[in-house]
Write a protein that binds this ligand. Structure first.
Ligand SMILES: Nc1ncnc2c1ncn2[C@@H]1O[C@H](COP(=O)(O)OP(=O)(O)O)[C@@H](O)[C@H]1O
Ligand SMILES: Nc1ccn([C@@H]2O[C@H](COP(=O)(O)OP(=O)(O)O)[C@@H](O)[C@H]2O)c(=O)n1
Length: 228
């Protein structure tokens, strides 16, 4: 038997290091939803452009590459993978070299429109009751009509500390500077530092990971009737 209606959507946005990926995946696992990390697609496309030797600043060449971008991602929260063609890029897209160029491809409107369409198609393919979608413009552009929309924030200091604890190959100062400049670049294209109308803010500055997951689940449960 096929599924009868489209999956319910929990939309989560926030800046780098706010906890979007870890919190969204854990929340999805807890409520039996799928999970879609949209930043992974922007990263994978940046990886692809770089792999083809295209300059990320060459807008025409980057846009032309979209036609050959064969992307797939696992949306089961416990089976995460990211592939471009036959190549598994799950780890490669986290490389600082990718982080350094991803905002350049993400600023291009044609790239955003193409990936937004892809996200809607992937979300619609979910066989579960619902899907948690996480990124920068999910509450505003990708799924503005989602029943549940959350902005996950944390102070810049907390976000930098979390991210530099994860990356051992670079100094804390380098990691912080790169994150700050990526947030600056991204902010010129999408609004993810303040909540749009109807979006609930969860500030994790003074919460640990478990408490943040609980806070997000609280918001989801508040709207539970709508998604039951
Ligand atoms: N509330 C929190 N307290 C402490 N660490 C957290 C919290 N939320 C996330 N983290 C950790 O911070 C790091 C960055 O989180 P991540 O989910 O990758 O953020 P984002 O997807 O927003 O960039 C991860 O190592 C994660 O375990
Ligand atoms: N919905 C989204 C998600 C990511 N992105 C871009 O993709 C990059 C990587 O996103 P990410 O979610 O993996 O970044 P982190 O917050 O995990 O560091 C961002 O810096 C943005 O340039 C976007 O433009 N829109």
């Amino acid at each position: 038997m096929g599924r009868h209606s489209s999956p319910h959507i929990v939309a989560i946005d926030g800046p780098a290091g706010s906890g979007k990926s870890s919190v969204s995946r854990a929340a999805a696992l807890r409520i039996g939803f799928d999970y879609l990390d949209t930043g992974a697609a922007y990263r994978a496309f940046a990886w692809f452009v770089n792999d083809w030797g295209i300059d990320a600043e060459n807008t025409d060449a980057v846009v032309a590459a979209l036609a050959d971008f064969d992307y797939s991602i696992g949306i089961a929260p416990d089976e995460h993978f990211v592939r471009v063609g036959e190549t598994d890029v799950t780890d490669a897209i986290r490389d600082p070299a990718v982080s350094a160029i991803v905002s350049s491809v993400a600023r291009i409107p044609e790239v955003r429109a193409h990936l937004t369409q892809l996200f809607r198609t992937i979300a619609a393919s979910s066989k579960r009751t619902g899907i948690v979608i996480e990124g920068r413009d999910i509450t505003t552009v990708v799924a503005p009509t989602a029943e549940i929309r959350i902005l996950l924030t944390a102070s810049e200091e907390a976000r930098m500390a979390r991210r530099s604890a994860e990356i051992s190959t670079q100094s804390a100062e380098t990691v912080a500077e790169q994150m700050r400049s990526r947030d600056r670049a991204d902010s010129q294209v999408v609004e993810f530092m303040s909540a749009a109308d109807g979006v609930t803010t969860v500030d994790s500055t003074h919460l640990d990971l478990e408490a943040t997951i609980d806070a997000v689940l609280d918001v989801i449960n508040t709207y539970r009737e709508a998604i039951a």
